[in-house]
Design a protein around this ligand. Structure first.
Ligand code: FAD
Length: 482
């Protein structure tokens, strides 16, 4: 008999959700994580008296009935972690206006209508279409979670999955400023409107409107820790600090893993939550490397980020999630030449505004996210820090002199911590026509996380983990109802 029913490699949100669902249904689970703590990108750290989230600004799925909330409940750890709602979701700063992204979609529509009265009819039909797509997605997700696969893709999902977000905007709007304003959340998937899948943009935008944007009180690590604790409490085994080095195969089926310290464990099924290229090139290896090559060539890896973590003394802003766009030229922000430039876009998170546990009284955590499309280890970090602060001071005047704690992460830091290729933030690029590898031919092997086919981001990675769990459960004849 194999040692385990399922081995999950990697404890990012995708790995934690799949392990959590499976262990709560009575399966014997081993979760192996190369780091000494769970979470992958869903992690936080302390510098001085400040708590910073390493990567994530905010996410949905934690409200009552949301997928992450359901899994916390299945594991009996829902009271271990609390969330603050980010409301409004964001403030986008353009050269001549600041646009609040209200958490109530009707308030947001009204706001846009007051700015662009001549686009009223177009705004109404655009948001109606987003709602209709979302209804189709809900049906597909229910199917996914009960049967482990998408059997029926709705007509709108299929259409939007094959066109760019810019094509979709062009179908409705003529005003280029409005199109730019509606593209402010393209930075959430790291692609310009002309390259981002309209489908991915629709689900990402709607999931925040429908279910709100949240952050765990005390930092992202609290959520990862709660899920890991719950998995352990339900009898799952977790090994930290000893990553998988090889997935063992026999007659074209997975039969276990070998860890970095040479320990071997056998299992009926394997789920990889690890970087796709590393999984197929190295963990599986051999002929499976072809799939990594294929995806790199035909789809490509999503953007990474340069991140600056500043603990500041004094007040600085009242909105905790800000996108700064020095011009309306949305396409230009995604050009490699824009990296670290004064006219590049920047994302700002001041989580301590809603969550007072993250900074001492009268102080704040300010995290700056600069998109980095090209991986370059030779960049001068000090200079990048300098340019980023200078640029941010245009909208947060006096930032530099308020800083009492400062740290930075480059794409290299992100790659080292999570193993994601080039520090990729969202897995594969979510481009029109995106299809992930489905025919790798290993029937007891599954991918979970943002390298699955659900798109980038915490909730999408969580759904991908649920999908992998559902596929294993339904194969074993177990009813799925999470
Ligand atoms: C700067 C930044 C900002 C972001 N902001 C947001 C946001 O605001 N909202 C949002 O929803 N999403 C955001 N994202 C995206 C989101 O963080 C990711 O899409 C998501 O966390 C990916 O989760 P995952 O489950 O795929 O695994 P990952 O988080 O990639 O974790 C993979 C895990 O596998 C482990 N691992 C790797 N190799 C091995 C091995 N050989 N053996 C064992 N373990 C291994 C790693 O250590 C890691 O723990 C952001 C990302 C970045 C980088």
């Amino acid at each position: 008999m194999p040692d385990y029913d399922v081995i999950v490699i990697g404890s990012g949100i995708g790995g934690l959700i799949s392990a959590g669902i499976l262990v709560s249904r009575g399966l014997k689970i081993l979760l192996v994580e190369k780091n000494v703590t769970p979470g992958g990108y869903l992690t936080s750290f302390k510098r001085g008296d400040f708590i910073f989230d390493s990567a994530v600004d905010c996410f949905s799925g934690v409200e009552n009935g949301g997928l992450i909330n359901n899994v916390l409940k299945l594991l009996g750890v829902d009271s271990q972690v609390h969330f603050v709602r980010v409301d409004p979701i964001r403030m986008s700063i353009f050269p001549d206006t600041k646009v609040i992204v209200d958490s109530d979609v009707n308030a947001y529509k009204k706001r846009l209508l007051s700015l662009f009265p001549s686009e009223g009819a177009a705004l109404a039909s655009f948001f109606k279409l987003l709602e209709d797509v979302y209804t189709e997605i809900q049906t597909a997700i229910n199917m996914l979670l009960s049967k482990g696969e998408f059997n029926k893709v709705g007509a709108l999902m299929a259409r939007l999955g094959n066109i760019s977000y810019l094509q979709l905007l062009n179908e409705f709007f003529t005003d280029s400023r409005l199109k730019s304003i509606l593209s402010d959340r393209c930075t959430f998937i790291g692609l310009p409107p002309s390259k981002a899948s309209a489908f991915t943009m629709a689900i990402m935008m709607l999931s925040y409107f429908k279910f709100g944007a949240y952050r765990p009180v005390g930092g992202s690590q609290k959520l990862a820790d709660a899920l890991a604790d719950g998995i352990g409490n339900k009898g799952g085994k977790i090994i930290f600090g000893n990553g998988a080095q090889k997935i063992l195969l026999k007659n074209g089926k997975c039969c276990g893993i070998r860890c970095e310290n040479s320990d071997e464990y056998t299992s009926k099924n394997i789920i990889s939550n690890v970087d796709f290229v590393h999984t197929f090139n190295n963990l599986l290896g051999g002929k499976y490397g072809y799939f990594a090559e294929y995806m790199l060539k035909n789809v490509g890896v999503s953007t990474s980020f340069f991140i600056l973590y500043a603990g500041i003394k004094g007040d600085i802003e009242r909105h905790s999630s800000i996108g700064y766009f020095p011009s309306y030229s949305m396409e230009s922000y995604f050009q490699p030449a824009r990296i670290y430039q004064e006219d590049a876009t920047i994302g700002i998170t001041i989580a301590s505004i809603e969550d007072k546990t993250r900074a001492p009284a009268g102080s704040h955590t300010v995290v700056l996210h600069e998109m980095v499309q090209v991986y370059d280890e030779t960049l001068d970090k000090a200079q990048c820090i300098d340019t980023t602060i200078k640029k941010t001071e245009r909208i947060l005047p006096g930032l530099k002199e308020k800083i009492v704690v400062l740290d930075a992460a480059t794409p290299n830091t992100l790659q080292q911590h999570t193993g994601n290729h080039y520090g990729s933030a969202f897995g594969w690029k979510q481009v029109p026509g995106f299809r992930n590898v489905r025919n790798h031919g290993i029937e007891n092997f599954f991918v979970a996380g943002h390298w699955g086919d659900m798109g980038g981001g915490i909730l999408a990675a969580a759904y991908s983990g649920a999908k992998a769990a559902a596929a294993i459960l339904t194969k074993g004849g177990i009813t799925v109802d999470f």
